[in-house]
Design a protein around this ligand. Structure first.
Ligand code: BG6
Ligand code: GLC
Ligand code: GLC
Length: 867
């Protein structure tokens, strides 16, 4: 078992350990009507059931059922014959029970070894027991059944799930001393299934929860273990069977074989004159003349002796009194061995579970089913006694299944139907987030149009603000500078030394409490100056008036390098009395109020510009800056002649696009989902920054939270139970998307993250949350990529180039931390701007360094002008 779970190649073909895709034992709230079709459990017959699940624990409705005998020529005919027969029986059953033709959902109990790849996908590995229909091995049996039902054409039936009989048996069972986590069948064949930790099952790329594994122990044939047990009779039986060499273990236990083993022993004893006075009969010599029913009857403690006589006479023999007793002893020996071997196998499962769950005493219930267990007078008790002996550390209760596992199959079907419905609802919910290439091209085109209009100062959602930065650094800049960096996750004060050998930075992070960010402007700027004073003191810079560059990451209308009028706050800021004011002036006022420092504010710089400059210091091809952090935005070097409102026709100027506001004129309407609308409405700036709200870190978590709320209301998540936690705004941080989507993370850890949030999830829930996160972050990255593609294409066209090679400096927590964001942006750009070769450079030092460099360039130019 353990080798097969880990897929270690073992020499002896052992047990198969097949995952069944049943992830949990029943909740008890499954409900609805289901058709169950059973094939392969009980010899050459087929059973159809109509099962009603009430959804109420303990409340059972008697199923309607009908058995059909499969003609021998069908059992060994073609697959199509077999499945057509099954479909005809279905029609007959449904006609007879007039159940209507509305949304019939069918569970298929197919009791042969199958490779399942889903609840409704299952490939037959090989026939076992008495079956041998051609053209089925290697085929998906669900599909074969669907096709056959369709050929009949009478009913439309949805085949929702396929299960092994052992699984149906386990799922039907109410818990005993412990949960019912093992299903055991001894019928024509024998097998068991049990709940295994998913992480122990190598073929499942999964480490969450448990999964039901069908052991297929019938094929157990380890030489070392079975060698001493196998008798000459076993070899003879095997040689004469339909599948010599296969299912050796099953051939010692299964009901199909017990009668035959008895027969072979009787023949042997007769031929050695121990029985029947040395006589045999043609019937005794023919294969299959003693059946399980005969053996069961002959062993009956009260009527057995009489039965032995009848059976033997029917075989054309003339038994004496002493023969009858011997024949009974043969039956007992064959069946006791079967029960004991079965117990040994079950004990192996139990001790594996006990060890792998590290429990002192494993308390577990075993659901049992199959005719041998149900009808043989002593099989069950021998099994129980032997298990007690071999697995004394386990406390096991045996619970016989009520109706052959039909209800259990219906339960799996109910779960499968629910999962399929949930998947559909999930897909419908996420569909608007999955953007087609056409949609992305449309975004790119609209972005280009809005850029052109913004540059010409025509009405446009893109403001295209001139920054008065005309050149990237040339490396000759020198000196010490102060820098401020306000508007991202952190507020920083920096001392930047630009020297021969490169740039050195000392910085300190200060917090800006939300009450300050959203209080009065005076408070905000006083706080900023306090931080500067603190920094100067700590760095021993008091009394020095260093030139200062101010990274201020909000939309500003600049009239020069050191003058920027705040147009409006974005992201989480909303300090009063600042919009429409020159930010440099507000800072200078605060300095004056504090009378504490002397500062020489030289430049005000957007973070995109700071990032571009900072990366430009290393790579002269860097002509675009991109931020995907709390907010999102981009800047790039535009031809001055294209920029209305700034004097001069030659050279370049960096343009702060303020693309976060793209779509604020309603042009992104078709892309906006109801969840985007909710996030927008609940923000401090409804209707504003619509592009940013689909992309940046401040909002993605909120989009995910709204989707999760919606899915909960549909019953797809958290079993439909709304939690207070999830109603709380901003509880789902964007960093969770990055953590949850990290490849190295197992779903188990995803669960842990969400459980930390107080969300009570199942493993299925964790998977759904992961898919939601992926859809939301993917759309964000693609929209961002469409924006970058628009910009680089414009630069290329501006220069009349066939091909442009350009670098983009990037910063922002989301871009840097998310495991797939950066590569998705790059992939989208490659798709949409195939004539541009774009390199993305991650800025390591933040935009503060860039602000210092802008200041340095300005100082250098000013000095040159003075000279
Ligand atoms: C930083 C800049 O490196 O990136 C900030 O210095 C900028 O000014 C930030 O706003 C963007 O990232 P985030 O994730 O902090 O908003
Ligand atoms: C055979 C089948 C197995 C089934 C068992 C009991 O061993 O291969 O799938 O569970 O019989 O019916
Ligand atoms: C917001 C600001 C913008 C800034 C961006 C990234 O969109 O308006 O100026 O560049 O966030 O921080």
């Amino acid at each position: 078992m353990e080798q097969a779970l880990m897929r270690e190649a073992s020499l002896a073909p052992g047990v198969r350990m097949l995952p069944t895709y049943v992830g949990s034992t029943p909740h008890g709230n499954e409900q609805g009507n289901f058709v169950v079709l059973e094939l392969g459990a009980s010899g050459a017959s087929l059973r159809i059931l109509w099962v009603t699940l009430t959804g109420i624990k303990g409340q059972r409705v008697e199923p309607k059922s009908q058995e059909f005998v499969i003609p021998q020529e069908v059992v060994q005919g073609t697959g199509q014959q077999l499945f057509d027969f099954a479909a005809r029986c279905l029609v007959e059953f449904l006609d007879a029970h007039s159940v209507g033709n509305q949304g019939l959902q069918l569970g298929f109990s197919f009791s042969f070894p199958c490779h399942q790849t889903g609840l409704d996908r299952s490939t037959l590995i090989s026939w076992t027991k008495g079956f041998r229909c051609s053209g089925v091995e290697g085929q998906d049996v669900v599909q074969l059944l669907r096709d056959a039902i369709q050929r009949q054409g009478a009913y439309s039936i949805d085949v929702v799930a396929v299960v092994n009989d052992t699984v149906g048996t386990m799922m039907d069972c109410e818990p005993g001393v412990g949960p019912c986590e093992i299903g055991l069948v001894v019928d024509t064949g024998t097998n068991a299934c049990y709940m295994e930790e998913a992480r122990h099952v190598a073929v499942l790329d999964e480490d969450r929860g448990r999964t039901c594994v069908s052991i297929e122990w019938g094929s157990f044939s380890d030489d070392k273990a079975l060698g001493p047990v196998l008798t000459a009779f076993d070899h003879a039986l095997d040689q004469a069977s339909l599948n010599p060499g296969a299912q050796r273990f099953e051939k010692m236990i299964g009901g199909l074989y017990l009668g035959e083993l008895v027969r072979l022993v009787l023949v042997h004893l007769a031929q050695n004159r121990v029985l029947f006075g040395g006589y045999t009969s043609p019937a005794l010599l023919s294969q299959g003349s003693i059946l399980l029913e005969h053996v069961t009857e002959m062993e009956d403690p009260s009527t057995g002796v009489v039965c032995v006589h009848t059976v033997l006479q029917d075989l054309g023999l003339n038994p004496e009194a002493s023969d009858a007793e011997l024949v009974q002893r043969v039956c007992v020996a064959v069946c006791s061995r079967a029960a004991q071997l079965c117990a040994a196998a079950l004990a192996a499962v139990l001790s594996h579970l006990q060890r792998s769950r590290e429990q002192q005493t494993l308390q577990v219930a075993v659901a049992t089913g199959g005719r041998v267990l149900e009808r043989h007078p002593r099989f069950h008790s021998i099994l129980q006694e032997t298990v007690k002996l071999l697995a004394s550390e386990c406390d096991v209760s045996f619970i016989p299944s009520v109706d052959g596992g039909g209800r259990g199959v219906a339960m799996v079907t109910a779960v499968a139907a629910r999962l399929a419905k949930h998947r559909r609802l999930l897909e419908e919910t996420l569909a608007p987030f999955r953007l087609s290439r056409e949609q992305l091209e449309a975004v790119q085109t609209q972005m280009r149009e809005a850029m052109a209009k913004g540059l010409q100062r025509e009405p446009s959602s893109l403001r295209m603000l001139p920054t008065y930065v005309r050149a990237t650094p040339d490396g000759s800049e020198r000196g010490d500078f102060l820098a401020l960096d306000l508007g991202g996750t952190n507020f920083r004060v920096l001392l930047v030394r630009v020297a021969e050998g490169g740039v050195q930075i000392i910085n300190q992070v200060y917090s800006i409490p939300e009450c300050v960010a959203q209080g009065s402007g005076q408070q905000l700027f006083d706080h900023i100056v306090d931080c500067i004073v603190d920094f100067q003191q700590k760095q021993g810079l008091r009394g020095q008036s260093l030139p200062l560059g101010f990274t201020f990451s909000f939309p500003c209308k600049q009239l020069g390098l050191d003058q920027g009028i705040l147009l409006n706050w974005t992201k989480g800021f909303n300090a009063s009395g600042c919009e429409g004011q020159d930010v440099v002036h507000l800072l200078r006022e605060a300095i004056r109020r504090r009378q504490a420092v002397e500062l020489n504010v030289v430049a005000i710089v957007n973070d995109t510009v700071g990032t571009m400059m900072s990366c430009g210091y290393e790579d002269p091809r860097c002509e675009m800056g991109l931020i995907v952090g709390t907010g999102t935005n981009a800047c790039y070097m535009e031809e001055l002649r294209n920029v209305a409102g700034v004097a001069g026709d030659s050279g370049h100027m960096c343009i702060n696009m303020e693309w976060g506001a793209f779509g604020d004129d309603g042009s992104l309407g078709m892309l906006s989902t109801c969840f985007d609308v909710r996030v927008d409405q609940a923000s401090i700036n409804p209707g504003k920054q619509r592009f940013e709200k689909m992309i940046s870190g401040m909002y993605l978590g909120e989009i995910v939270r709204h989707i999760l709320l919606h899915l909960t209301s549909l019953g797809v998540l958290f079993r439909g139970q709304q939690t207070q936690r999830l109603q709380t705004r901003d509880i789902f941080k964007t960093k969770f998307l990055s953590e949850i989507e990290s490849d190295s993370l197992a779903l188990r850890q995803v669960r842990a993250i969400l459980e930390d949030l107080g969300l009570p999830l199942t493993s299925d829930d964790a998977l759904i949350v992961l898919e939601v996160c992926q859809a939301v972050s993917r759309r964000a990255a693609q929209l961002c990529g469409a924006g970058v593609a628009a910009v680089v294409e414009k630069i290329r066209e501006n220069r009349g180039l066939e091909e442009l090679t350009v670098s983009v400096g990037v910063d922002g927590t989301l871009y840097k931390v998310h495991p797939h964001f950066a590569s998705l942006v790059a992939a989208t750009v490659r798709e949409l701007a195939p004539r541009c070769v774009v390199t993305f450079l991650q800025s390591e030092d933040g935009s503060g360094k860039g602000a210092a460099l802008v200041t340095a360039v300005a100082c250098r130019l000013a000095q040159m002008a003075r000279v």
